[in-house]
Write a protein that binds this ligand. Structure first.
Ligand code: CP
Length: 328
């Protein structure tokens, strides 16, 4: 474990050591037990976090706001229309000013080619921690909650067969940041990760290479298949979820035409039967029911989506406690 995390940014878990990630997981588990037992844990009394949401959110916004309240602090729920950035105020001025007022700046900006760059620019000028609430490349709080949920479900993670599959959806072209964060993190914990996706929905080659290096250094594997059935075979965990074809084309109409080819990429009971008999179904949510997954699967006995969602609360509390409080 590494414990000196006060003031640290969380933009991607790739920039945290495994010791730091393990400390965050243990802190999250401790906070989960305190919450379960109704024990006060006001570790961030009178601290303020600024949450800047460029997009909608249910889990991320409410887990962070509830979490900091439970830790004794307060979160400002900000959107661009409430801020002068809607009139063009710079990331530098926003970062410098909010740094004088509070103790962390948390940002969701998933616009492809823009989000991560914006977070990096705020982080360059801020003197308080930056917490990534999801950008175009990374969703570290989701990946951390997923890792915690898998630890709770399976114990040891090395040798676990985890399939991250593209799935059909029509609500919107979902960001690449969830599958990218999952392949980057899970390969560091010795898992055998399979990515199943049609050729028009690739992940970003640079980050795939990093995930391959992670696997090589940590005893895991990473493979790619273009068939959902093959991806499901012998999986202990299946995570079927849509992502947009941003890494294939910047043309929205071409992406829509590619999407229309694959309505049969749905997680259903037939496909679940291809996986290990004790396999679990996970999804970061929100899910496109009837498109990404059938109701019998997402509501069925193999689904652990609500445990996964609950852990968003405990993990963001762990991250805030360590980065906003923690050892001086
Ligand atoms: N999984 C997730 O980030 O959910 P929200 O978009 O509701 O925050």
């Amino acid at each position: 474990m590494q414990t000196l995390m006060r003031g640290k940014d969380l933009i991607t878990l790739q920039e945290w050591s495994k010791g730091e990630i393990d400390t965050a997981l243990e802190t999250s588990k401790h906070l989960k037990l305190l919450f379960a037992n109704g024990r006060p844990h006001r570790w961030l009394r009178d601290k303020t976090a600024f949450m800047m949401f460029f997009e909608q959110s249910t889990r991320t916004r409410n887990s962070m706001e509830a979490g900091i309240t439970q830790l004794g602090g307060h979160a400002h729920d900000l959107t661009p229309d409430k801020m002068q950035l809607s009139h063009g105020e710079s990331a530098k001025d926003t970062a410098m000013v909010l740094s004088r007022f509070g103790h962390a700046i948390a940002i969701r900006n998933c616009f492809y080619g823009i989000g991560n760059a914006y977070l990096r620019e705020v982080a360059r000028w801020a003197s308080i921690p930056i917490i990534n609430l999801q950008d175009d490349l990374y969703h570290p709080l989701q990946a951390l909650a997923d890792l915690m949920t898998m630890q709770e479900t399976f114990g040891a993670l090395d040798g676990l067969n985890v399939t991250i599959s593209w799935a059909y959806a029509t609500s919107h072209a979902k960001p690449l940041s969830v599958p990218l964060s999952q392949i980057l993190l899970f390969t560091r914990y010795g898992m055998n990760v399979t990515v199943a996706a049609p050729k028009e929905f690739p992940l970003l080659p640079d980050l795939v290479r990093t995930a391959e290096a992670n696997a090589g250094e940590n005893g895991g594997t990473l493979r790619f298949v273009d068939d959902m059935d093959t991806g499901f075979e012998k999986a202990h965990v299946v995570i079927p979820k849509n992502w947009g074809g941003f890494a294939f084309t910047g043309d929205a109409s071409e992406m829509a035409a590619n999407l229309a080819k694959y309505p049969d990429w749905i997680c259903n009971e037939r496909r679940m039967a291809l996986a290990d008999p004790h396999a679990v179904y996970m999804h970061a949510l929100p899910a496109d029911r009837g498109k990404e997954v059938t109701d019998p699967v997402i509501d069925g006995p193999q689904s652990i989506i609500y445990d996964e969602a609950e852990n968003r609360l405990h993990t963001v509390k762990g991250v805030m406690a360590l980065t906003m409080g923690g050892r001086p």
